[in-house]
Design a protein around this ligand. Sequence first.
Ligand code: FE
Ligand code: ZN
Ligand code: FE
Ligand code: FE
Length: 163
Amino acid sequence: MKIENLNDLFLHTLQDIYYAENHIVKALPKMVKGADSAQLSKAFEGHLEETKEQIKRLDQVFKLLEQKPKASKCPAIDGILKEADELMSEIKDADTRDAAMIAAAQAVEHYEITRYGTLVSWANLLGMPEAAKILGVTLKEEFGADTKLTKIAESRLNKEAAE
Ligand code: FE
Ligand code: ZN
Ligand code: FE
Ligand code: FE
């Protein structure tokens, strides 16, 4: 699609995060299974359920724009997910692998935080407060997921991996 103004760019970025969320939802079950710590596995499982709702929220925003939900290939999330996958299969020590998975998952959350932060800001600028509100709910969840991962890492896993 041709991007000529902020409206086009908003739509493009929405398609970008739509692509990302649809790939994240496919990657998370492998992380649920791959995590050695039950607490970490549960955190991934919880975020998998949240991610399914986030995709529905994106559908709502497309609807507000009177657009069909569409994904635009995002090489950034492809790279982040590929790196996560490689680390998961390379590392044999369970605690070290959990630490790597947390770090990789936080890279995903930070990526999403930049995208949703931008989208909320642009939705407000473009006079779409309803879209801003919906995207803001997801932004908050991504912050929450990131904080949860930090807590898990700092409470236990990093210590065990360092032993
Ligand atoms: Fe998400
Ligand atoms: Zn993207
Ligand atoms: Fe992208
Ligand atoms: Fe997320």
